[in-house]
Design a protein around this ligand. Structure first.
Ligand code: NAD
Length: 259
């Protein structure tokens, strides 16, 4: 078991990629805190892990709320004494061309992706520093390294996560805390399903073309990356034994983006 008894807090873990990471961590012996805006879905995800023999708790948390993040992390620490691994994964997508992107939507996107990563990292770091170890995994995207039309706020926020990760890596290295960014290509989750009709309308093409051309056209095999692929990478980073990889990001995208 690669994460035996490690306390792992995963945000946005009631759905999609975060849920798969939480399940994978639990299967490796971790105690998993499922943090999500939707407390009832978080509870269902935690119950399912427990029903399968794992250890999990649900934490209702809006990652853009300083108070809710601090209270949520405090609840996890009260229950399990510390946080060993943070996966900052909660996220949404809003697509629109820049000239009609509302300022409110722009701020909402930056708040969920960037403020959320900052607030959750800030809340767990004192516990990691106190014990001299910890791993922070931020959920980036191919859009941490590449742009696409209609996704200005998302691309900006996801690029920003690389900077936050590197800054925490430099500050945390001597204190045993490492950070990484995972950069998935398209993964078929509710977040992506929502975009298909929206992009078809905005780009004036069929939904099938959105999938084949826009989402998968530049992959080597026309395949979606899966939640299990990303969970495997998240396990790799969380359980890596040294600081050798700290500050690095890894793209998992079926060859859509290579570096
Ligand atoms: P999803 O919609 O399936 O899950 C996102 C979860 O985040 C939901 O459970 C939602 O309730 C939660 N959430 C949203 N806002 C929140 C908030 N303010 N506070 C707490 N929780 C909140 O989406 P997903 O595809 O699994 O995306 C997860 C992460 O992966 C996101 O950061 C996304 O940008 C990133 N990502 C996704 C893809 C993809 O193709 N699906 C690709 C690259 C990166």
């Amino acid at each position: 078991m690669k994460l035996e008894d490690k306390v792992c807090l995963v945000t946005g873990a009631a759905s999609g990629i975060g849920k798969a990471i939480a399940e994978r961590y639990a299967a490796e012996g971790a105690r998993v805190a499922i943090a999500d805006l939707h407390g009832d879905s978080a509870q269902r995800a935690a119950d399912a892990i427990r029903a399968a023999g794992g250890k999990a708790m649900a934490v209702a948390m809006d990652v853009t709320s300083e108070d809710q993040v601090n209270e949520g992390v405090a609840r996890v620490v009260e229950a399990w004494n510390t946080v060993d691994v943070l996966v900052s994964n909660a996220g949404i997508q809003i697509v629109n061309p820049v000239e009609s992107f509302s300022y409110a939507d722009w701020k909402k996107m930056l708040a969920i992706h960037l403020d959320g990563a900052f607030l959750t990292s800030r809340a767990v770091l004192p516990h990691m520093y106190a014990q001299g170890s910890g791993s922070i995994v931020l959920m980036g995207s191919v859009h941490s390294k590449e742009a696409s039309p209609l996704k200005s706020a998302y691309v900006t926020a996801k690029h920003g996560l690389l900077g936050l990760s590197r800054a925490i890596a430099k500050e945390g290295g001597k204190k045993g805390v490492r950070t990484n960014v995972i950069c998935p290509g398209f993964v078929r989750t509710p977040l992506v399903d929502k975009q298909i009709p929206e992009q078809a309308k905005e780009l004036n093409i069929t939904e099938e073309d959105v999938v084949k051309r826009v989402m998968l056209g530049q992959t080597v095999d026309g395949e979606f990356t899966t939640v299990d692929d990303i969970a495997e990478v998240a396990l790799f980073f969380a359980s890596f034994p040294t600081n050798a990889l700290t500050g690095q990001s890894l793209v998992a995208s079926h060859g859509w983006f290579m570096e």
